[in-house]
Design a protein around this ligand. Structure first.
Ligand SMILES: *[C@@H]1O[C@H](CO)[C@@H](O)[C@H](O)[C@H]1NC(C)=O
Ligand SMILES: *[C@@H]1O[C@H](CO)[C@@H](O)[C@H](O)[C@H]1NC(C)=O
Length: 392
């Protein structure tokens, strides 16, 4: 907090914000005889004038909830984020599998950009130029590029100054996407431009959130019509899961990488193990070819079709059986009802499997896993993911 930038009325408020901190730059209240005990309103006014300051945010706003829309059929989930002053609202896909925050710039005239909300930096009085070039490519072959800038980013009331990517070009995959861009929630080590801090880095440093966590509830069309999905920054919603959260240590920071100790079918080990990532930005669970074969080998009627990958009978939607993934000693399930991901359009009665092979390096526990298990992504000194089965 830059106290030198503040007008005198701010000093009185800062004194209150820092009361109890003997090393703080506190000014005794008696020095301001005109001070009125109206701090919430004044803080709100100051925060409106200086959105980067977050004066006293630690006590006024400690967590922020962003509702997300479930794109049928649980293909992806996006929520609304406010950027700049006055706020421009963009729809972003929250992605624990990448770290950049980006959306189209108003200077982008490609058809993909024009189909989306384009952020106009000239309209924001808190926008700051950065000028570095930026580009990102994703595992599905999509990409975007442009320049970096910085502005106030507000997620569910948590507001920090943040480096953002303003896209001036994006690949055709984004033309049809309902969201405008992405909101990366992985670690700064995989930011496209090195040295850029993530939203969570900044929110933690600014003490804008009371706990260094992002808690994710992704619903499913099958279980509740896809309603009520949310990302909760700075808190954990205990009503969303059953039993206790189970901590799984992050084995390498970059992605949210963990050790998957085993895959199982109805509790019976399939003797498959790998490093993997928990990735909200990937729809399915993607494992090695060997693990995909072992899992589908247990499912009657499953087959590996050269055009569609693994397919399973859609009748599995009424099955009570599970595929399990063992994480730090505890098994978390994906019901076969979700392994029958989406019907093929050939009238065969077969469904695309929610578990596919081809990932012989890091496995990906995507939304098919997360829509069955509440995940708390914790940025503690030793990061971990706390997981528990979802409760509806
Ligand atoms: C961006 O905002 C500026 C300032 O209001 C305006 O002149 C310009 O036309 C806007 N650009 C677009 C592409 O809307
Ligand atoms: C996009 O169109 C606007 C308005 O016509 C124009 O001012 C701008 O220079 C164009 N941007 C690019 C990158 O061509």
């Amino acid at each position: 907090m830059k106290i030198t930038a503040l007008v005198s009325v701010a000093a009185a408020i800062v004194a209150i914000a820092e009361a109890g901190n003997p090393n703080g730059h506190s000014i005794p209240l008696t020095r301001n005889p005109h001070f009125k005990h109206n701090t919430p309103a004044q803080i709100a006014k100051l925060n409106a004038r200086y959105p980067g300051l977050n004066i006293n945010k630690a006590t006024t706003v400690k967590s922020g909830k962003v509702p997300v829309t479930d794109v049928h059929p649980d293909l992806e989930y996006y929520g609304t984020v406010s950027v700049g002053t006055p706020a421009q609202k963009v729809k972003l896909d929250f992605d624990t599998g990448s770290s950049d925050i980006w959306f189209p710039s108003s200077t982008c005239n490609t058809s993909a950009c024009k189909k989306h909300t384009r952020f106009n930096a000239s309209k924001s009085k808190t926008y700051k130029k950065d000028g570095r070039k930026w580009n990102i490519g994703y595992g599905d072959g999509s990409s975007a590029s442009g320049i970096l800038g910085s502005d106030i980013v507000n997620v569910g009331g948590i507001s920090v100054r943040q480096t953002i990517g303003l896209a001036t070009a994006e690949s055709s995959q984004f033309a049809s996407s309902p969201e405008d861009g992405l909101f990366g929630l992985a670690f700064s080590t995989i930011e496209s431009v090195s040295g850029v801090k993530t939203f969570m880095d900044n929110a933690i440093a600014a003490k804008a959130i009371s706990q260094p966590v992002v808690s994710v509830f992704l619903p499913s069309v099958r279980r509740n019509g896809g309603k009520g999905g949310e990302y909760l920054f700075g808190a954990i919603d205990k009503t969303k899961y059953t039993g206790n959260l189970h901590n799984v240590p992050v084995s390498q920071q970059g992605y949210w990488q963990i050790l998957i100790e085993d895959a199982s079918y109805n509790g019976v080990s399939l003797k498959q193990t790998s490093q993997g990532i928990v990735d909200t930005g990937t729809t399915l669970v993607i494992v090695s070819d060997a693990a995909a074969k072992a899992i589908h080998g247990k499912i009657k009627g499953a087959k590996n079709d050269p055009n569609n990958g693994w397919v399973v009978p859609c009748s599995l939607t009424s099955s009570k059986e599970n595929v399990g993934f063992k994480l730090n000693g505890k098994t978390f399930n994906v019901p076969l009802a979700d392994v029958a991901y989406e019907p093929l359009d050939d009238g065969s009665g077969d469904c695309f499997s929610g578990i596919q092979g081809g990932q012989n390096g890091l496995w990906i526990l995507g939304d098919v896993f997360i829509k069955n298990n509440y995940c708390v992504f914790s940025h503690s000194a030793k990061p971990y993911i706390a997981i528990a089965p979802l409760k509806y």
